[in-house]
Design a protein around this ligand. Structure first.
Ligand code: AMP
Length: 421
């Protein structure tokens, strides 16, 4: 019979990896609290038109990567390939515009893109996403970037590289696009097929083509920063001054454009070393025109998304210690199977007191139970021996020091009681 496997580009997060996820999730949760972001949960699928309009039909995401299906009512739906369009949809639909600005929201969950899978690139992956909506001030761009900084410093990452750029606004970008097209048109025969196709529709994308033939042309291309209007140039300069004043290191990368249509002004990415070609752990930017594209009033906004799988890969690659999870405090064993009813009661009482406790099943020898306690990483084993039977007492064995003492159940439960959150 056919053996089932997880679909291509998806992965199971096995128990051994969970401690890294837990670490990342705890850091994200406290980050959102410290920076004053409120949680917003969104549907996993939305109407296809939302992404076509919001993300843009000329983008890889919309052209090639969406999981789109027609539902039984005949409507076209798409599994979300990113958060921002959905966040702005929810912001407009739920009247959040009447709240004090900026409205600061965070979301977390699975994202779906039909991409070519490789290490660090999946078809289902998980994003943490934050958005600050309704404010133009470059101090907000700084705040969003400093949230990314704090995320990575709280995770204790080393060797990170912050890349920033400004790609202008509807006032200055068209002029820049013309210059860009002219540059690439004059080298059209040297471009890869993808770039030739994108040249007229989305020339910005040619700047981040990874093909060796296209890279030198992208390096010599006109730079967005040289074509910014006064407002965009001032915005970018102010942001850089904030970054400098807080000694946050960054590189201005004129080839950083990011793959979505909605970005304006500031764009940024954070790259981690050593996790392979897919090294962007976080990316974001400003999208001052998005709310209007989605039928709302002009509403500026800025945000970023970080990929959790890549954060977990970085934690593992950089061998950053994280707290162990799932280790029981107490393994309850019995020397003779006739003590089992007492062992069942004791394990229940320990758990009711909030103590992670594991019970030895199956009437095996004490030696086998101690081996299991060791394999499960139990800190202590409570043994109901011949002597303790019927006396509400146990021998407590410290599994690292291999020393033992007799305790009453009451003392044992008091000693290991854990307050619950
Ligand atoms: P993007 O929306 O493409 O800028 O993605 C934001 C972040 O999500 C990236 O910096 C990655 O960390 C992560 N990410 C994007 N695409 C994938 C993917 N296919 N697999 C895993 N993580 C991804």
């Amino acid at each position: 019979m056919k053996k089932f496997q997880s679909p291509k580009g998806t992965r199971d997060v096995l128990p051994a990896e969970q401690k890294y996820w837990r670490q990342v999730e705890q850091v994200l949760d406290s980050l959102a609290r410290i920076f004053g972001y409120e949680r917003l949960d969104l549907p996993v699928f939305e109407s296809t038109a939302l992404f076509q309009r919001g993300v843009g039909t000329g983008t890889d995401i919309v052209e090639k990567e969406m999981y789109t299906f027609t539902d039984k009512g005949g409507d076209s739906m798409t599994l979300r390939p990113e958060f921002t369009a959905g966040v702005i949809r929810a912001y407009l639909e739920n009247g959040m515009a009447s709240r004090p600005k900026p409205v600061k929201l965070w979301s977390y969950g699975p994202i779906f893109r039909y991409e070519r899978p490789q290490a660090g690139r999946y078809r289902q992956f998980t994003q943490f996403n934050i958005e600050a909506i309704g404010e133009m001030d470059p101090a907000l761009d700084f705040e969003i970037m400093s949230a990314a900084w704090q995320l990575f410093s709280d995770l204790k990452f080393r060797n990170l590289c912050f890349q920033i750029n400004s790609i202008g606004c509807p006032a200055c970008r068209p002029g820049y696009m013309e210059q860009l097209k002219a540059h690439f048109r004059s080298h059209e025969k040297d471009l890869c097929g993808d770039c030739r196709n994108r040249l007229e529709k989305n020339p910005l994308r040619l700047l981040d083509c990874k093909k060796e033939t296209c890279k030198p042309l992208a390096d010599r291309a006109p730079r967005a920063a040289d074509f910014l209007c006064k407002e965009c140039a001032d915005h970018f300069e102010t942001l850089k001054r904030y970054l400098d004043s807080m000694a946050m290191p960054y590189t201005v990368n004129p080839r950083l454009v990011r793959g979505l249509d909605y970005y304006t002004k500031t764009v940024f990415e954070v790259w981690a070393e050593g996790i392979g070609a897919q090294n962007a752990v976080c990316g974001g930017g400003r999208y001052d025109g998005l709310a209007e594209i989605l039928g709302g009033p002009p509403t500026p906004g800025i945000g970023f998304a970080a990929g959790i799988e890549r954060l977990v890969m970085t934690l593992m690659h950089q061998q950053i210690p994280v707290p162990e999870t799932g280790r029981p405090d107490v393994y309850v064993a019995c020397q003779d199977p006739k003590a089992m009813p007492e062992a069942v009661r004791l394990a229940t009482l320990l758990r009711q007191a909030g103590t992670p406790a594991v019970l030895g099943f199956g009437g095996r020898s004490l030696k086998a139970q101690l081996r299991e306690a060791d394999n499960r990483g139990a800190r202590f084993t409570a043994i109901i021996g011949e002597e303790e039977l019927g006396k509400q007492a146990v021998q407590v064995r410290d599994m690292t020091k291999a020393v033992q003492e007799q305790l009453s159940w009451t003392d044992l439960i008091t000693r290991f009681r854990r307050p619950r959150d």
